[in-house]
Design a protein around this ligand. Structure first.
Ligand code: GTP
Ligand code: MG
Length: 224
């Protein structure tokens, strides 16, 4: 028997402390055809899909990212925009959600005006105001067809305390921007959780609010 007794470490075991990977559930919401599937594909797979079909229920995609030395699993819920494909799933979308991405199509005004309805649905499912939410205007590559001016989107985002990203799932030059949508949320979640833990230690029952930051173009920038 080995000195010290007990069972020797088995294959694959480690004396390092076991570190659990945190999972952040991020849901992507918005009208059908705004590009939710393409955006999530771009973030998780790094490409623009040749062809998509209307999402039925939900498609799950995930990506493991590293933030300040911590590995975090970003679990993206690509939801269905069509009522008939989502109605049985809505409760599941919002349950234990960590962050919400609202998407509209910059070339389709109705997808922007319908955001009010999507926000109401989200609020109707008791999603905490502490859950970070961002607004994404997709299809910016279609420059000649733009219907939703940036100024209008920015005003709306401000009114709802959201960061605004205008981007394109299709344009490869925008892939960094698409990545920053999800990374920004993951950073905020990581920071928010630590702030909350610290806050709870110091002042029980009170949560700290994360401030938004803005870049030189007046659009919101990642606060991390
Ligand atoms: N030009 C352009 N087309 C895009 C972009 N993103 C998506 N599309 C196209 O828009 C259409 C709809 O994209 P999807 O990602 O399937 O839309 P969705 O929001 O997931 O739709 P539902 O699943 O029905 O809710 C497809 O024909 C895509 O090729 C983009 O950034 N630029
Ligand atoms: Mg889809």
């Amino acid at each position: 028997m080995a000195a010290g007794g007990g069972r020797p470490p088995g294959p694959g075991s480690s004396l390092e402390p076991y570190v659990q990977t945190r999972i952040f559930k991020i849901i992507v919401i918005g009208d059908s055809n705004v590009g939710k599937t393409c955006l999530t594909f771009r973030f998780c797979g790094g490409t623009f899909p040749d062809k998509t079909e209307a999402t039925i229920g939900v498609d799950f995609r995930e990506k493991t990212v590293e933030i300040e030395g911590e590995r975090i699993k970003v679990q993206v819920w690509d939801t269905a925009g069509q009522e008939r494909f989502r109605k049985s799933m809505v409760e599941h979308y919002y349950r234990n959600v960590h962050a919400v991405v609202f998407v509209y199509d910059v070339t389709k005004m109705t997808s922007f005006t319908n955001l009010k309805m999507w926000i109401e649905e989200c609020n109707g499912h008791a999603v905490s105001p502490l859950v970070p939410k961002v607004l994404v205007g997709n299809k910016c590559d279609l420059k000649d067809l733009i219907q939703v001016p940036s100024s209008m989107a920015l005003k709306f985002a401000d009114a709802h305390n959201m960061l605004l990203f205008e981007t394109s799932a299709k344009d490869p030059k925008e892939s960094q921007n698409v990545e920053s949508i999800f990374m920004c949320l993951a950073c905020r979640l990581k920071a928010q959780k630590s702030l909350l833990y610290r806050d709870v230690e110091k002042r029980p029952g009170r949560a700290q609010k994360l401030e938004q930051s803005r870049d030189a173009h007046g659009k919101s920038a990642c606060p991390c």
